[in-house]
Ligand binder design. Structure first.
Ligand code: SF4
Ligand code: SF4
Ligand code: FES
Length: 620
């Protein structure tokens, strides 16, 4: 056991910061304070604060496994022991207690560092390790494992247990994404509480009793949850690990870059883990305004496309036989410039991207609207009114009544769903899931929050808008992609896709978009793209639209470039380059800057930051 003060892990610091922030919020809201002494320091905390959380405020070091600041306390692991002196049965007495289960009371005296406390913590670790396998060298959690860390700081150097450890079959897949190693589980119930309280699907549960207790999918089913990946991150041991990340690298070999998820418009903050030039894992980063500390499974596991062998790695030009053939960047860009000069501006149309960055879209608009002079530039695969959300993601959890129309919220807007679930389960809000706008309007009451998809009719949006204005309800149209709002802010607007895909334009330039699949009338889009004389597609993959193109340009993924995404709330957030672009692919903005230069409109863009500054200045 080390005598000097232990350096806490970033996760422990984040947990403590969250607990202290919650106390500050409660105190600011007027919750009565109680006074206690922790390790000799006087502390005042709001009534209801747990002793472990008061210890965090005092800066004391209390080890823990099952405690989590966002989950209810269950006292499952007994690791957070401390000496707690309080008034009991008319007498003051001190006992060793699990501090995550005891609310603070006036006059308490807490000691976290006495020899008795250390001995008790040591004993708990010896017990927890009695059945825990010596897997650290082959465990994905090794190197960032709370059990490993606590054992080094608080555990016994040897064990008195000589009996055979409990054995289960190793590495049991419990879903497409998660592997369970039951031997490593310390039954802390973090994962089961997460499934129950945060995801609200209860897809993991405790099975059996006593020493045979284990966790598993409810009633033997698969752990099919939209949020299963979070359990991997909060499991304090290597019992739940990622099938994707399994054996891809030791945690200390994985470098992390702060970024933003590219898979929907919620804008979850993530850390992109990479090793040897490959994206190997996505972990959540805390942002209390958006994703708290969670991601959905689409965000956590859906970025494998970045490493795909199917990625485009070189420009392609359609040859005389109608086949797309690899070409040099110079040949491809020369051909595009010739076409841009050949057609009249009104014969050219551009479709921007709701998944490319603000900077990419800004240069796209600058090229087509500014340099070429066409008005046919748009991006909406389905027309929807551009009305900013009237309720932020964080505010959703304080709504009293939430009405959603026609979406499967946990799939379509996962983090919005988690807030709605929180409002319902923790704050008693009601959630009406209406099939139609008419049904939603019937339920609308003053102050209610209305959540609409982006795929309704013009008449439905008009009716919803009028009803919300009349009832002082909050209208929120939830846009679909990581940068749906960014495309708008960048100016990829003015033209409607109904016109651009009418079949009347001779040249189409399509940036990071697949209208042949995603346009609300795919057959119409296919016909228009096939009919155009010259089509440029800038993409990661040979999509259905790219297959019809005259020139295809390979674009870098979100992990291979810098830029800005604007989430459904209109919040700007930076994505950062983690790895080099695959093959000969390039960031979209770089390709567009090159084209602008070839058209004689050269600008000194050395980075996405330069473009952002220009865009920012243009906003006035
Ligand atoms: S699997 Fe992990 S999170 Fe779940 S109970 Fe076991 S140790 Fe705790
Ligand atoms: S909710 Fe959206 S932004 Fe968040 S992790 Fe999932 S896909 Fe990504
Ligand atoms: S952390 Fe307190 S009992 Fe587990």
């Amino acid at each position: 056991m080390a005598d000097e003060k232990r350096e806490q892990t970033p996760q422990e610091k984040a947990d403590a910061a969250k607990a202290v922030a919650d106390q500050d919020k409660a105190a600011a809201a007027g919750v009565e304070l109680v006074n206690l002494v922790v390790d000799g320091a006087p502390v005042a905390v709001p009534k209801g604060t747990l002793v472990i959380e008061a210890a965090f405020r005092a800066g004391s070091d209390v080890p823990y496994f099952c405690y989590h600041p966002r989950l209810t306390s269950v006292g499952a692991c007994r690791m957070c022991l401390a000496s707690v002196e309080l008034e009991m049965f008319g007498q003051r007495r001190a006992s060793i207690m699990a501090t995550c289960t005891i609310p603070c009371s006036e006059g308490m005296v807490v000691k976290t560092q006495t020899p008795e406390v250390k001995k008790a913590q040591n004993g708990i670790l010896e017990l927890l390790l009695a059945n825990h396998p010596l897997d650290c060298p082959i465990c994905d959690r090794g190197g960032e494992c709370p059990l490993q860390n606590m054992t080094i700081s608080y555990g016994p150097p040897t064990s008195r247990y000589t009996e055979e450890k409990r054995h289960y079959p190793k590495a049991k897949p419990i879903s497409d994404y998660v592997v369970l190693d039951r031997e490593r589980c310390i039954t802390c119930m973090r994962c089961t509480r997460f499934a129950d309280e945060i995801a609200g699907d209860g897809k993991l549960d405790l099975i059996n009793r006593g020493a045979q207790t284990e966790i598993g999918p409810f009633m033997g089913a698969s752990f099919d949850s939209n949020f299963s990946g979070n359990t991997i991150e909060i499991c304090p041991v290597g019992a739940l690990t990622s099938r994707q990340f399994r054996f891809k690298g030791r945690p200390w070999e994985v470098k992390s870059v702060d970024s933003v998820c590219s898979k929907c418009g919620n804008g979850c903050n993530i850390a992109v883990g990479h090793r040897l030039g490959e994206l190997v894992r996505i972990n959540a980063r805390t942002n209390e305004e958006i994703n708290e500390e969670w991601t959905c499974d689409r965000g956590k596991f859906g970025h494998a496309y970045v490493n795909s062998e199917e990625r485009l790695t070189t420009p392609l030009i359609r040859d005389m036989d109608g086949k797309l053939q690899p070409a040099s960047w110079d040949a491809a860009l020369t051909k595009i410039v010739e076409a841009l000069k050949h057609y009249k501006p009104e014969q050219i149309g551009g479709i921007g991207s709701t998944r490319a960055t603000l900077e990419d879209n800004y240069l796209f608009a600058k090229l087509l609207k500014g340099a070429i002079g066409t008005a046919h530039v748009g991006h909406q695969m389905h027309p929807y009114p551009l009305i900013p959300m009237q309720t932020s993601i964080a505010e959703l959890e304080s709504a009293k009544k939430i009405i959603s129309v026609g979406m499967k919220l946990e799939d379509d807007q996962p983090i919005v769903y988690l807030r709605v679930h929180k409002a319902r389960s923790k704050k008693g809000a009601s959630w009406v899931q209406a099939a139609t706008v008419a049904e939603a309007i019937e339920s609308l009451s003053e102050g209610a929050v209305l959540l609409l998809p982006h795929t309704l009719s013009e008449a439905d949006y008009a009716a919803a808008q009028a009803a919300c204005a009349e009832k002082s309800a909050k209208l929120n149209i939830l846009l679909p992609d990581a940068n749906s709002w960014g495309a708008v802010k960048a100016g990829v607007t003015g033209g409607e896709l109904a016109q651009i895909l009418s079949g009347n334009l001779k040249m189409l330039y399509i940036l990071g978009s697949d209208p042949v699949v995603r346009y609300h009338d795919p057959a119409k889009a296919r016909e228009a793209v096939a009919k155009a004389e010259f089509v440029v597609v800038q993409e990661l993959f040979l999509t259905e639209t790219a297959k019809l193109a005259s020139v295809v340009l390979p674009a870098a993924s979100f992990a291979e470039k810098d830029g800005t995404f604007v989430n459904i709330e209109g919040r700007e957030q930076k994505i950062k380059q983690a790895i080099a672009p695959r093959g000969d692919s390039r960031p979209d903005w770089r390709i567009l800057a090159d084209l602008l230069a070839r058209l004689g409109k050269a600008q000194p863009y050395f980075s996405a930051r330069d473009i952002y500054r220009e865009w920012e200045k243009a906003q006035g």
